[in-house]
Design a protein around this ligand. Structure first.
Ligand SMILES: [Zn+2]
Length: 140
């Protein structure tokens, strides 16, 4: 049981370390934008355009998810880098958050297992104690 307990203590430390390593993602100061940029390829529909047989037209669009319904819009070219940074950081933030949820759950499992084992130890010790029965008698 003590080996199991020391293994659990190690796991508890590891989980804690992993959570700590995620903190910089949350403490950073960059603004976040819920959305993503992607490249849209399309035919314009003009009958004589190169896109009828050749390469399609491409444009970078933003899928913005900050409102209830996602919206797709075409950002000005000079804003694409800034938008990309904010949406990338948002994605990283959400990924780190999901990891914290998973690690916290793990940590709680370790804590509960430690509790079970330590209560077992406590109850073993408790059963060895020869209690003085005079207190119980005196209450009557
Ligand atoms: Zn075209």
């Amino acid at each position: 049981m003590t080996r199991k307990l020391s293994l659990l203590r190690t796991k508890l430390n590891d989980t804690h370390t992993q959570i700590q390593q995620l903190l910089p993602d949350f403490k950073a100061r960059q603004p976040l934008l819920p959305g993503s940029l992607y490249t849209l390829k399309r035919r314009c529909g003009k009958p004589n355009c190169h896109c009828v047989e050749g390469p399609l037209h491409t444009s970078t669009v933003l899928s913005y998810r900050g409102e209830q319904k996602p919206r797709t819009m075409t950002p000005p070219a000079d804003q694409i880098d800034a938008l990309e940074n904010m949406t990338d950081d948002y994605r990283d933030f959400r990924k780190a958050r999901a990891q914290v949820v998973r690690l916290q759950r793990q940590m709680l499992e370790h804590v509960d297992q430690i509790q079970t084992l330590r209560v077992q130890q406590g109850e073993r010790n408790f059963r060895k104690i020869r209690f003085d029965s005079s207190y119980a008698h005196s209450r009557r």
